[in-house]
Design a protein. Structure first.
Length: 117
């Protein structure tokens, strides 16, 4: 089992920045990829970004490319999502997830991000 706890959400004005954190505990050696997803009210879950735990490969959704940066701190078992130039359409609950064998199996409880215009 892997436990994930997100933090760092909040209310920010358009154009502002936030950094989300996701702390992992438990059998963290089993995960190969960490990802961020988001879900806006009335919308489906949307992929945002992911990084491999070793090697550091990253991928971004087109909607956040150039504005969001995913990073990890292996020593702290933590993955971050630095969000800049935030837009009202970035408003959502953001979830951290851990993949085992490339399948997302573990999810955090989510953190709310609200961007005001």
């Amino acid at each position: 089992q892997v436990q994930l706890v997100e933090s760092g959400g909040g209310l920010v004005q358009a154009g502002g920045s936030l950094r989300l954190s996701c702390a992992a505990s438990g059998r963290t050696s089993s995960r190969d990829t960490m990802g961020w997803f988001r879900q806006a009210p009335g919308s489906e879950l949307e992929f945002v970004s992911a990084t491999t735990w070793t090697g550091g490969s990253t991928i971004y959704a087109d909607s956040v490319k150039g504005r969001f940066t995913i990073s990890r701190d292996n020593a702290k078992n933590t993955v971050y999502l630095q969000m800049t130039s935030l837009k009202p359409e970035d408003t959502a609950v953001y979830y951290c997830a851990a993949a085992v064998d490339l399948s997302y199996k573990y999810w955090g409880q989510g953190t709310q991000v609200t961007v005001s215009s």
